[in-house]
Design a protein around this ligand. Sequence first.
Ligand SMILES: Nc1ncnc2c1ncn2[C@@H]1O[C@H](COP(=O)(O)OP(=O)(O)O)[C@@H](O)[C@H]1O
Ligand SMILES: [Mg+2]
Length: 508
Amino acid sequence: MRLELRDITKRFPGVLANDRISISADRGKVLGMLGENGAGKTTLMNILSGLYKPDSGQIFIDETERTFGDPVAAIEAGVGMVHQHFMLVPVFDVVEAVALGAETTKDALGTFDRAAARKRIVELSERYKLDVDPDARIESLPVGVRQRVEILKALYRRSDILVLDEPSAVLTPYETEELYAIIRSLAADGTTIIFITHKLNEVLEVADDIVVLRRGRVAGTADPKTATRQELANMMVGRDVELIVPKGPAKPGEVVLSIEQLFVRDDRLEMAVNGVDLEVRAGEIVAVAGVQGNGQTELVEAITGLRTPDSGAISIGGKRTEKWGPRQVSNLGVAHIPEDRGRDGLISPMTIAENYILDTYHEAPYSRNGVLNLKVVRERAAQGVKDFDIRTPSIDTYAGALSGGNQQKVVVAREFSVPVQLVIAAQPTRGLDVGSIEYIHRRLVEQRDAGAAIVIVSTELDEVLAVGDRIAVMYAGRIVGILAGDDATYENLGLLMGGATYGEGTAA
Ligand SMILES: Nc1ncnc2c1ncn2[C@@H]1O[C@H](COP(=O)(O)OP(=O)(O)O)[C@@H](O)[C@H]1O
Ligand SMILES: [Mg+2]
């Protein structure tokens, strides 16, 4: 069905989330909706799916105006939505999760005809290669399969318009490819699809048309056949952004970090790091790529002193550190940008100034003879805010009140406020907008050029390819390959990330 949203406006207290947004999508086409965090994408789709009422504006389906008072009305009109955060009941099996609540499952007495429901689910699953076991319990399914159950649920309700809100956020590169195939076959069968993302490659790959939202408005439209990543990024951010981090060739110096035959157990005492050898030199960025959960977290924890290895050696600047704690490691001049800034990086109910001196408040220049020098603290924090372009009303604002990008800038500003010889950055740009990503990458390159050794652990291939002078791929606790940045591609990295051996003719 053809979908048209006309002049949709939606205001929340203090925020104009949607400002006269007009978009349209034709039957059987994929409309890619691109925009940074907070651009208004989810709000617009919540209006389409009847969760929110617009303040003004109109919805047309096949040229007929529709108003949805609630989600049921939207579903009846053929709109299905796969939310950013899934809403399946964990203890249900697939048949129950998909069919319950859909009226077609009831006979005259209102009983649930499981056999009939199961049959239709199997048919749909086969037709669109969703590969879902109808009898599996939801809680036993990996997240990628749960997402396909959500798609099944929409199809089961005969959705002709399917909205996918940031579907790839929870998928591996391979699962994302599978999702593209599903989307293409749905579109070929006449389903109109709205595919929401903040990733440039994805809209270029899967969309027939692209609309870009920025700050609640349509910033522009683009044709994926001719649009470039650069144009789309500029449209998203509203200024020229550097997608490719400007960086010259690395000038590697002495070995700063040396890891030999490292074995580290995870919280369940299973061996998560399984014999890693790695050297990182001053003046180079080594990116550690891999699908989440292949030992990267435990590797970082071991290097930064948060987790004691089972065996093996870690040397930083020539000192053996594998038995050291985090403070000792940090005192060697090791900056740690943690994976979970909400948990390890910042204390939300403390101010920016307080967070700024979290690790160093007991040292000069912040303290002398155990007395905190507030004036210096405030001066330095204010300087950090300025240098790192942290958007905040003041240094007395609580860290928890900042946007994700600005929180991450506080962490990076603090970590780089003292001289460092080694930087360990774990998922340093996860969840950030393009502008903040650019900013953080530039700062990491700056540290490299000032002579630090840099390790960036990332599941994002774009990030790994943008910043890595060398790229090490981790799989099942081992480093299965190291490529020069110039030799790395989506293809060879993707293969290594899936556990294939690259370059030995065995990759399939
Ligand atoms: N239920 C809500 N109440 C108040 N503000 C909201 C609500 N939902 C979204 N917003 C605000 O509206 C803006 C757009 O958010 P959203 O539509 O979620 O953006 P996107 O999906 O593009 O990241 C943001 O500033 C967000 O904080
Ligand atoms: Mg959203």
